[in-house]
Write a protein that binds this ligand. Structure first.
Ligand SMILES: [Zn+2]
Length: 178
């Protein structure tokens, strides 16, 4: 992968970048591009501002509201993942229920949708050129990189070890009881 991203690539990654969902190396490439490109830096600053506004829990007008409950905070933490379809069915329904019963949560959900649409619109402009979801492509590419392949064998070893321990314990138990 090249070290220098184009503006279109950076815009496609912006949503992930603002939410801090990028792999460390990819994040560095975007950092580097933003340092050099005022246009993308402008998009980033605006995205960050909107994101911060939506995610901020200590919004002055909401501070004393009876709707700012523990449940609402849980909603906030999962809001972005909910919109990106990253939650399982059970969690998804839970978030949906909070949004229906809580007006502040509902407002946040609408704001977040608007925000995501905004980011994806800027991405749509580049879509025809890439013919595929480029951001997902880059993220997948990076996910397949070194980091994962270091973790996987580790879990395999742990798995094998746990199986072995289970067999030994079962064998020991069997000798005691039979
Ligand atoms: Zn740029």
């Amino acid at each position: 992968m090249q070290n220098e991203l184009t503006c279109n690539q950076v815009l496609a990654l912006m949503s992930f970048y603002v939410e801090d969902k990028l792999n460390y190396r990819l994040k560095e490439y975007v950092d580097e591009h933003l340092r050099q490109c005022p246009k993308c830096r402008g998009v980033y600053m605006q995205s960050k501002k909107i994101m911060h506004h939506i995610m901020s829990l200590t919004n002055e007008s909401n501070k004393e509201s009876p709707y700012v409950t523990k449940q609402y905070k849980d909603f906030k933490n999962n809001l972005s993942a909910y919109i990106d379809n990253e939650l399982d069915e059970h969690e998804s329904i839970r978030i949906k229920k909070i949004a229906i019963s809580n007006p502040i949560a509902r407002k946040d959900l609408e704001d977040m949708y608007t925000f995501k649409r905004l980011l994806h619109n800027s991405f749509d402009k580049t879509k025809n050129e890439w013919k595929s979801d480029y951001s997902k492509y880059i993220v997948n590419q990076v996910n397949n990189d070194a980091e994962k392949s270091y973790i996987d064998p580790f879990f395999k070893v742990i798995g094998a070890f746990m199986t072995l321990i289970s067999i030994i314990i079962l064998g020991f138990a069997a000798t005691l009881y039979f």
